[in-house]
Design a protein around this ligand. Structure first.
Ligand code: DGJ
Length: 719
């Protein structure tokens, strides 16, 4: 049984992981343990006692609370922060009831991991109450039986007679013994997304987050603590990932008893919520993963869970079509004929999906106008969306289209008709970014407009694919439609509005492949993955930069969730020139593969190379998108990068080694593989045979001459 309750102790166990809670004599909920699996009754409550300690601090500060709150001796970041009608924020929550329930429920209005059968997971709900104010909390947990991934969220209820003001709500706050950890997070910017940063936790507080109204390029809603010796393949790691796409706060802290805490949830800088009597607030869901097999062990759990039980729909398990996108090929300078020629030449090379990017609507010939005016520009598309779409479909290709539905250009018919439809503060300038403002999705009529605008484009174009872009962060992030005492709810209400729109559109267009995008990977998060099975990883398409971006992204996200394209050289972001082979080998191992260049301008020789890359991508996409991925050599500050894939049945493996800068007079690189059958024999594409043991313990060796080279080798298990 994945959840057992005895002697006031809850033990949640799955895979190789246990999470143990205890209701102490005061009715307070303590976290006794989160780590490698232990037998059901092996963790005793005394483990959390400090027998006879003398301290200036009250015990509550040192005890491993599962739900720390303010006002009674806890001085850290509270899991629930509520200002009550008396004007204080003392919160005293004690356990009243609990329920153990098979399966896992969804969260109303929010993305969440799910089960397909009840037996996959078991849920626990623990009710707590503060009798003085009537504040009540239901903690919601689910443990996935096979992997041990644990989801945690909470519902905060005002069961009292007076309004309450919720000022902070964490999805998870977990104590960990000791403080000898490194913090790991994914830092970035536009075109440099998700660089892993690992740094000693130290003695204090390490916080990351976003106030941008999007998860953002700068930080990802993920934080891990790593045991000191933990590496890619061994050691202990505790990860927290938030299934949310808006602003967030994440942190790791140490207390003066030398213990630590890992937490993540709503960002109180840009969030508060008024709870009238009888109302409740649901936090997003955190996904907690412990690994005793290093970072790759943690990633494997996230990958499988997010690929199969967070992503949804028709395309979840299907091979993603090889696409060609015209953005870097034409930018705004195109018409139907130009696009048709790109699609036709792409088709000849093996491309399956043509995507028309930004610039097809209104008067949009640069980024300074027309967002909101979602009708085709007749000077570019004289036969409208349907005319182009018919011609693309006539090539026996799928047709895809770009939209940025959450935005409004001040120079647009939509803005002229509805100048109040954007987020703004009356009396203040509306800060523009990329010449655009953000629609106020807290408003029902705006949500209805967006849903209808997208639906009518999808209907008219009969599109098979939609790239849903979002190219700025929030400023003046308030809805004037909300009363002043609720304006701080605007950012979260915006996210709920966006999720409502996405739910409706993805339900109504179940066969459309949706790709999320935000200036590349500015909203690459588990929340968007629930609605869209792939995300444009970065606007940086340079093969060498992509090694780092894809490597960092893979710490949490499955390879199938990443979009990766071959673009022209010199690369538009870095001005670096790499071979077609290198660009292909990086992109085809980066998930949803495509091209992003004017294929009509390629030489016959380049076209032949592109044809080879596309054939290779099709041959390998099953393994890349569904296989078990492991990082082998980090590209950061290194001369090589490497990763591998193994098919779930173990019959195929793919080793991918990339040479960054070359060095004179050095032997071939040798890379040890993992997860193979040591007793089996493997044959590579040249016919060479290897024992699994030699690939794992001696390594696969490759000689890659010159700068920016690659070796992607398929290994078949010989029966
Ligand atoms: C940002 C995206 O990341 C690009 O791929 C492209 O779609 C542009 N927006 C278009 O404006």
């Amino acid at each position: 049984m994945p959840i057992v309750y005895r002697n006031r102790v809850f033990t949640l166990s799955g895979g190789d992981i246990s999470y143990v809670l205890h209701v102490n004599e005061d009715g307070k909920l303590m976290n006794l343990y989160w780590g490698k699996r232990v037998p059901d009754h092996a963790v005793h409550p005394e483990l959390s006692d400090y027998p006879g300690f003398a301290s200036f601090d009250l015990p509550v500060y040192w005890l491993p609370s599962e739900l720390p709150t303010l006002g009674q001796g806890w001085y850290g970041t509270p899991a629930v922060d509520v200002l009550n009608a008396q004007g204080d924020h003392v919160v005293d929550l004690r356990v009243t009831e609990h329920r153990i329930i098979p399966g896992k429920k969804g969260l109303p209005g929010l993305p969440a991991v799910y089960t397909e059968e009840d037996g996959e997971a078991c849920s626990l709900e623990i009710d707590l109450a503060d009798p003085l104010t009537g504040l009540a909390v239901t903690l919601q947990y689910a443990v996935f039986e096979a992997s041990g991934a644990i989801t945690r969220s909470m519902r905060i209820i005002n069961a009292g007679p007076d309004p309450l003001s919720l000022r902070g709500a964490l999805a998870a706050s977990v104590p960990l013994w000791g403080s000898d950890y490194d913090v790991l997070h994914l830092k970035g910017s536009w075109a440099r997304e998700r660089t892993p940063v690992r740094t000693p936790l130290g003695q204090g507080k390490y916080e990351i987050g976003s106030q941008r109204g999007a998860s953002g390029h700068e930080e990802n809603p993920f934080l891990a603590l790593c045991g000191k010796g933990a590496g890619e393949h061994s050691g202990e790691v505790w990860g927290v990932s938030l299934v949310y796409s808006g602003s967030f706060l994440a942190g790791a802290s140490t207390d003066n008893a030398g213990n630590s805490r890992l937490y993540m949830g709503m960002n109180p800088q840009v969030f508060s919520w008024l709870l009238q009597p009888g109302e409740s607030f649901q936090t997003p869901e955190a996904v907690l993963v412990y690994s005793s097999r290093g970072l790759n062990g943690m990633s494997r759990i996230y990958h499988r869970l997010y690929r199969t039980r967070l992503a949804r729909g028709f395309w979840r398990d299907r091979p993603r079509p090889v696409l060609i996108n015209n953005w870097e090929g034409t930018y705004f300078d195109f018409d139907e004929e130009k696009l048709y020629r790109i699609a036709r030449d792409g088709k000849e090379l093996g491309v399956e999906l043509f995507v028309m990017d930004d610039g097809w609507f209104g008067r949009r010939n640069s980024d300074n106008c027309s967002l909101g005016d979602w009708t085709a520009n007749p000077s570019k598309l004289p036969r409208g969306l349907a005319g182009l779409s018919d011609r693309i479909h006539g090539l026996d290709m799928l047709f895809g289209i770009w939209m940025e539905p959450e935005m409004i250009s001040p120079d647009s018919d939509l803005f002229r008709a509805h100048p109040d439809w954007c987020l703004h503060v009356p009396g203040r300038a509306r800060t523009e970014e990329r010449n655009q403002l953000i629609l106020d999705l807290t408003r029902k009529e705006v949500r209805e407009y967006v849903t209808e605008a997208v639906s009518s484009v999808l209907r008219e174009s009969r599109a098979d694919y939609l790239k849903w872009d979002m190219n700025r962060n929030m400023t003046e992030y308030f809805s004037p439609a909300l009363p002043p005492e609720q304006r701080m709810e605007s950012q979260h209400r915006y996210m709920l509005g966006l999720y409502e729109i996405l739910e409706e559109i993805t339900r109504n267009f179940p066969h459309v492949l949706f790709e999320s995008c935000s200036g590349g990977g500015g909203r690459f998060d588990p929340g968007m993955l629930y609605y869209m099975p792939q995300t444009w990883t970065s606007d940086n398409t340079d093969a060498v930069s992509r090694l780092g971006i894809q490597y960092g992204t893979s710490i949490v996200y499955p390879i199938s969730a990443m979009g990766a394209h071959v673009s022209a050289v010199p690369n538009h972001q870095c001005r670096r020139t790499t071979s077609m082979e290198m660009r292909g080998d990086v992109a085809l191992c980066g998930g949803a593969f495509g091209f992003e260049l004017d294929v009509t301008s390629l030489s016959p020789e380049e076209k032949e190379q592109a044809r080879g890359v596309i054939a290779r991508a099709k041959e390998l996409r099953g393994l890349v998108q569904q296989g078990i991925f492991r990082r082998l050599l980090s590209p950061f500050g290194a001369r090589y990068a490497a990763w591998q894939f193994v098919r779930e049945d173990g019959k195929q493996a793919l080793i991918c080694i990339y040479r960054i800068l070359s060095e004179a007079n050095m032997p071939p690189v040798r890379v040890k593989m993992h997860g193979l059958d040591p007793a089996a024999t493997y044959r590579d594409e040249t016919g060479k045979l290897y024992s699994g043991a030699s690939l794992m313990y001696l390594g696969f060796s490759a000689c890659i001459p010159g700068d920016f080279g690659s070796c992607v080798m398929l290994l078949e298990k010989v029966e």
